[in-house]
Structures are given as C-alpha cells and as structure tokens.
Design a protein around this ligand. Structure first.
Ligand code: FME
Ligand code: ZN
Ligand code: ZN
Length: 402
C-alpha cells in the first residue's frame, strides 16, 4: 500500500467530512456533493424532496433494456451523534503498521462507505463504457438512523419508486468481523413499547395501596425474565461456534423509567419503556398480544411506539435469478458467506413491504465492527476491495437476462 492517496479515497473523505449527524444533519451539503458526483460520473440524477430539507438523491445508470426490472442500490446519508480520538468529521487518514490506512470518521462504516463504494463502482463502469442490460439506480436516503419515516418509508410510497420497477435491492449490511461475510435476508421487528400506570398517591411515610409502581413491577419482572430466557438462548447459539445469530432471538432492554416528583410523595404515575426487537422466528402478533395482555392484566396503559412495523424477510431462494446472480459473484470471488437476520432495523424493511427482494450486504470482512461506536474507522484496503466487489456485483445483477 503506497503513501499516495487514491482519488476514490479522496472523494470518500470529502463525503465523510459533510456533517450529516443528527439532530441537525446537513443534507443540503450532502445532496450538493452527490449531485456533483453524479454529474462527474455521468449519471442521470434526480433530487426528491418528499419532506422539506430531507432530500433523497436518485442516480440512474440507464440499461439497454429499460423495460426490464431494475436494480436498486440503497444507502443512507445520515449518521448517529457523538465522539473521539480524531474529530468525527475530519476523515483523518492514518497509516497503520503494515502500510494500510485507517480512515476515521462518523459514517466510515455506517454507511457512507457503502454509498461511496456504489459511487466508485458506478464511476468505473461508466469510465469503461460498459453497457448493462437493466437500469441501475443508486438511492441516497436521509433519516435511516431515526426510523426512515421521512426517508425510505415515504419514498417506497411515491410514484418515483414504483416507476423504478425494481427487481432486486442491495441495501445496508454490516462489516464482518471474521473471515466469513454475512448478508441480511431478514430483520427483527422493532416492537418498542411504553407502559404507563396510574395509582393511589399520598404521603411517602404511609403504606399507600394500589400504587402505580406496584402495577408496573409485574410487567417489568415478566419482561426482564423473558430477557433472561432469550439471552440464554442466544448464548447457546453462539456456543455452537456460530456467530451473528442474535437476530434469531428476541432482545429486550429497559430503556426508560420515569415517575416521581419529590421524595416524600408517592407518585400517581409511573412509566416504563422497553426497546424490543422481535425475531422473525416467532409470531409477531402473538408477541404483541402478550404485551397487551401484560398491560390489561395489570390495569395499565400500553402504547406500542411503532405499531406499523412489520415482519421483514426475503427468502434466500436461489431460483430467484437475482439471488442466483448475487451468489455467482460471491462464489467467483471465493467469498464465504452466511445469511443472517439483521439485529437492527434498516431501510430494507420498507423496500421489502413492496414485494422487492432485498439483501443487506457489505463486502468488507476481517474488520472491527464499529457502527455507532466511538472511533469508527474503515481500512482503506477494505474500501478499495469493496469497490471491486460492487463493480462485479452491479454488472452481474444488471445483466441478469429477462
Ligand atoms: C425506530 S427505527 C430505528 C432504526 C435503527 N436503525 C439503525 O440503527 C435501529 O435502531 O435499528
Ligand atoms: Zn446505517
Ligand atoms: Zn446506524
């Protein structure tokens, strides 16, 4: 690895330096950057503003047969807050012991690296004047990190989305820690819930009966017990020597507890919030009924914070020609790959609701996983390698015969 910085790395770092961090992401600047990239690369480019200030940038590489179903490359431009060792928007390029470089920035893994790998692969395809059969769209969407409600969730309802006539979506994946890559064919379903109890109040020196917290405690106990059971299952799965299997169990975390204004007043109200991710291996409605049952049997109010979230799964069916084409590239590059259930939620779940098969994919492996963590970085060699994988992948997918 030489000292000189490849141009593709320079462009990536320029993108990383744009502060698209919540709660005030600078989407105007990222849109400007992306539109300029499209122009340089020679891609058609549309900017959709379904929600003011939250642009969706759509790039198109026209295929020779635009009547065929297209390929979607989806990514998000926003990043999560915080940071660190190097300023998170300086995109510092630091040489490693073996002559590689680490590029430190918020978004270097999640997921501007993927946006940039799409751009650079498309740039190579255009520069070599390769003509593909199907249309390829690269979509750069806002707000994934805060639900996608104003991003891809709305986008999939738009006429622009249906006009794209998408046959297959490559979406957000994660870098693999070991030598085996993964791809996400399914997701757990967010089932965040808030329980609110009301009860008798009075002086804190008394034995008040029927208090709010007494109604809440059985719920907390039930859910914390379930958490323990699921954790045991998870440990067992990992014990079998396999990893990345957390998506096969349901995770439960108590993430909010509130109530009480003064130490000597028994609170009239207490609330508890849980972040729950329901594995697609169990029945979602049944689980939600369990939550509702907890509320009604204890006489408390329940609010499902995201009641419209659905089960999200793309069958790994090699008779699907796009999935077969995906595997062709994986095999041709001797990549070992494992299908997994995504622990978190990504925009792919909205695309799947429209009947489009979607895989969350990231070709990078043997890499520390630092999405949402401090000192997020990507190895330059991994980024450059990933561009090559997408270069093959895009062509193979877009050349799938009718
Ligand atoms: C409430 S939607 C949240 C979406 C988020 N996605 C990435 O981390 C997640 O927590 O999975
Ligand atoms: Zn992400
Ligand atoms: Zn994220």
């Amino acid at each position: 690895m030489s000292e000189a910085e490849p141009e593709s790395v320079g462009r990536f770092r320029e993108f990383l330096r744009i502060n698209t961090m919540h709660p005030k992401p600078d989407y105007d600047s990222s849109t400007k950057f992306l539109v300029n990239q499209a122009k340089e690369i020679g891609l058609e480019c549309t900017v959709l503003e379904l929600v003011k200030g939250k642009q969706i940038v759509i790039m198109k590489l026209g295929g020779s047969d635009p009547t065929l179903q297209s390929i979607l490359l989806n990514c998000h431009t926003d990043v999560v807050p915080d940071s660190w060792k190097y300023p998170p928007f300086s995109a510092e390029r630091v040489q490693t012991e073996n002559g590689d470089h680490k590029i430190y920035a918020r978004g270097s893994q999640d997921m501007k690296v993927t946006c940039s790998m799409y751009l650079e692969a498309l740039r190579l395809i255009k520069a070599q004047n390769l003509k593909l059969k199907r249309n390829v769209y690269a979509v750069f969407a806002p707000d994934e990190e805060i639900s996608g409600d104003d991003g891809v969730r709305k986008f999939v309802e738009s006429p622009e989305f249906s006009d794209m006539n998408i046959g297959f979506d490559l979406d957000e994946g994660r870098v693999s820690v070991g030598p085996i890559n993964n791809f996400q064919y399914a997701e757990r379903t967010i089932s965040q819930v808030k329980f609110t109890a009301h009860g008798n109040t009075g002086h804190g020196s008394q034995f008040i009966e029927g208090t709010a917290i007494e109604k809440l405690l059985p719920i907390i106990n039930s859910l914390m017990n379930k958490r323990q059971e699921e954790f045991k299952k998870y440990k067992k799965l990992e014990e079998n020597g396999l990893n990345m299997r957390i998506g096969e169990v349901t995770s439960i975390n108590l993430t909010g507890l509130s109530g009480g204004k003064q130490a000597n007043v028994v609170p009239e109200q207490f609330s508890v919030t849980f972040d729950i991710r329901v594995t697609p291996n169990i029945d979602l409605e049944e689980f939600r009924n369990y939550l509702r049952g907890l509320a009604s049997s204890n006489g408390v109010d329940i609010e499902l914070l995201r009641p419209d979230e659905k089960r999200s799964m793309t069958p790994v069916d090699k008779s699907n020609k796009f999935i077969a084409a995906f595997y062709d590239v994986i095999n041709s590059r001797d990549i070992k790959i494992m299908p997994i259930i995504s622990p978190g939620a990504t925009d792919a779940r909205y695309v799947r609701t429209k009947g489009v098969p979607a895989f969350g994919f990231n070709p990078i492996r043997n890499h520390e996983f630092l999405a949402h963590a401090h000192n997020e970085y990507i190895l330059e060699s991994s980024y450059l390698y990933g561009i090559g994988v997408y270069f093959d992948m895009i062509q193979n997918l877009a050349n799938v015969p009718e």
